[in-house]
Design a protein around this ligand. Structure first.
Ligand SMILES: *[C@@H]1O[C@H](CO)[C@@H](O)[C@H](O)[C@H]1NC(C)=O
Ligand SMILES: *[C@@H]1O[C@H](CO)[C@@H](O)[C@H](O)[C@H]1NC(C)=O
Ligand SMILES: *[C@@H]1O[C@H](CO)[C@@H](O)[C@H](O)[C@H]1NC(C)=O
Ligand SMILES: *[C@@H]1O[C@H](CO)[C@@H](O)[C@H](O)[C@H]1NC(C)=O
Length: 366
C-alpha cells in the first residue's frame, strides 16, 4: 500500500504543510521587529499629493509675496482674511488629551464671524493601530495615513503628508504646527495666534520665521550621520551640513513648500536605517534641509518643551500626575530664547484630569 500510516513520509509531509501556517502565526512578530520600508506605490502616492499642493500654491500665491504670509488678503486685494494655523496631529495611539485640546480650541475668538476660522486640524493616524477619536473638533479630521515607526523615515513621510494635505486643503493655512498625542498646550490659542501673527509684523514687511530647533554640536551626530552606512549621505549632505533638532516644529508656509518640494535630500534620508539606535531621521531631515536652504528664516528654537533629564532608551522624561502643578506649567514655559514655549511633552494619559483642573485657571489664562 502506498499510503501506509507507518510511512515516515507522512510526519514529514505534515510538518512541511504546516510550515506556512506556522509562518502565518509567527511572521508578524518576526517582521514587526524589523524596520518598515517605504514602498514605491506609497512613495508615488505622496509625490502626486505633493505635486498637487505645489501646483495649488504657485497658482494662489504671486511670486513677490512668497516671503510674506499668503492669504492675508483676498485675491481682489480688498477684504482682509486673517491667516490660519494648521494643527498637524501625528499620532499612533488615542488622543488622550482631546478634552484639553477641545478646550484650547473652544475659546478661539473668531471676530464674531462663524464663517471665518482661525485654524484647521489634520490628523495622521497610524492605520495599523485601532484609534478612536472623539467627536467635536477632531471629528473626521483623519487624513489618508500610512504606517509609521519610530526611528524610521516613515515619520518624516507622515509629517510631509500632513504638510502637503494642509497646504492643499486651505490656502489660508500660514503656519503648520506639528503635535503628537503626548503633547499638551502651555498657553491659550489666542496667545499662540497673537504670538505668531504679531500685528506689527503683519502690517510691515518683516519676514515671518519658522520655529524649528537646529543644532550642530551634539556628540552623537557622527553616528547618526553614518546610521545608513558610512558616507551614504554624500554628496547631498556633507557632515558639516548635518543637523539635529526636535521633530516638533511650527513651520511657515514658505518652508512647508520647501519641505514638500525637496527630492534631493529625501533620496538619502528615506534610506532604511542600518543602525536603528542612532538614526532618528525625523530629528535630522527637517533641521538639515531648512538649515541648508534658509537658516536665517528659522529661529533655531522649537516651541515645544521636552525634558531630556534621565532619558531612557531615547525617550524623554514622561510627566505623571503627582508632578503636575501650576508651577510646573510656568517652568515648562521658560525657554532660552526670547519667547515662551507654547507646547510641552511627554505626559502620561492619566495627567488629563489634573491638567483639566488647571486648564482655565492656569494654562489658558492669557
Ligand atoms: C472659554 O469659554 C468658556 C465657554 O464659552 C468660558 O466659560 C471660559 O471662561 C472661557 N475661558 C477663557 C480663559 O476665556
Ligand atoms: C457677537 O455678536 C453678537 C450679536 O451680533 C453680540 O451680541 C456679541 O456681543 C458679539 N460678541 C463679541 C465678542 O463681539
Ligand atoms: C525633568 O525631569 C527630571 C526627572 O527626570 C525632574 O527631576 C525635573 O524636575 C524635570 N524638570 C522639569 C523642568 O520639569
Ligand atoms: C538653557 O540652556 C542651558 C544650557 O545649554 C540648558 O542646560 C537648559 O536646559 C536650557 N533651558 C531650557 C529651558 O531649555
Amino acid at each position: 500500500m502506498a499510503c501506509s500510516t507507518s510511512s515516515p513520509l507522512i510526519p514529514t509531509l505534515i510538518l512541511l504543510l504546516s510550515l506556512p501556517i506556522l509562518f502565518f502565526f509567527f511572521a508578524p512578530k518576526i517582521l514587526s521587529s524589523r524596520q518598515i520600508s517605504i514602498s514605491v506605490p506609497d512613495e508615488l502616492d505622496d509625490l502626486s499629493l505633493f505635486q498637487k499642493a505645489i501646483a495649488m500654491d504657485s497658482a494662489n500665491l504671486p511670486r513677490k509675496h512668497r516671503n510674506r504670509l499668503p492669504s492675508t488678503r483676498s485675491r481682489l486685494g480688498s477684504t482682509f482674511h486673517r491667516p490660519k494655523i494648521a494643527f498637524l496631529f501625528l499620532i499612533n495611539s488615542d488622543l488622550h488629551f482631546a478634552p484639553l485640546w477641545e478646550r484650547f480650541f473652544a475659546n478661539v475668538s473668531v471676530n464674531n464671524n462663524s464663517h471665518e476660522h482661525l485654524y484647521n486640524i489634520y490628523i495622521h493616524a497610524d492605520p495599523s493601530v485601532k484609534i478612536t477619536l472623539p467627536d467635536g473638533v477632531f471629528k473626521d479630521k483623519i487624513i489618508p495615513s500610512k504606517r509609521t515607526q519610530r526611528s524610521s523615515p516613515t515619520l518624516v513621510s507622515a509629517a510631509r503628508r500632513l504638510l502637503a494635505t494642509a497646504m492643499l486643503d486651505d490656502p489660508g493655512n500660514a503656519y503648520f504646527a506639528l503635535i503628537s498625542q503626548h503633547c499638551i498646550p502651555l498657553h491659550s490659542f489666542n496667545y499662540f495666534y497673537n504670538f505668531l501673527f504679531d500685528l506689527r509684523k503683519l502690517s510691515g514687511d518683516l519676514e515671518f520665521p519658522s520655529y524649528i530647533e537646529i543644532l550642530s554640536d551634539e556628540p552623537t551626530l557622527w553616528d547618526r550621520y553614518n546610521a545608513r552606512g558610512e558616507n551614504v549621505m554624500l554628496p547631498e549632505v556633507d557632515f558639516d551640513q548635518f543637523r539635529v533638532g526636535s521633530q516638533f516644529f511650527t513651520l511657515t508656509r514658505k518652508h512647508a513648500l520647501t519641505v514638500i518640494k525637496d527630492r534631493r535630500l529625501w533620496r538619502k534620508f528615506k534610506l532604511p536605517c542600518l543602525n536603528v539606535e542612532s538614526c532618528y531621521p525625523e530629528e535630522h531631515y527637517f533641521p538639515t534641509l531648512l538649515s541648508m536652504q534658509d537658516p536665517k528664516g528659522c529661529t533655531h528654537y522649537t516651541l515645544t518643551r521636552v525634558n531630556w533629564t534621565d532619558s531612557v532608551n531615547g525617550h524623554p522624561h514622561t510627566y505623571h500626575p503627582p508632578e503636575l502643578s501650576p508651577e510646573l506649567i510656568y517652568r515648562l514655559r521658560e525657554s532660552n530664547s526670547s519667547y515662551s514655549h507654547v507646547f510641552a511633552r511627554k505626559f502620561s494619559p492619566d495627567c488629563l484630569v489634573p491638567l483639566m483642573d488647571i486648564a482655565d485657571s492656569v494654562i489658558f489664562k492669557d
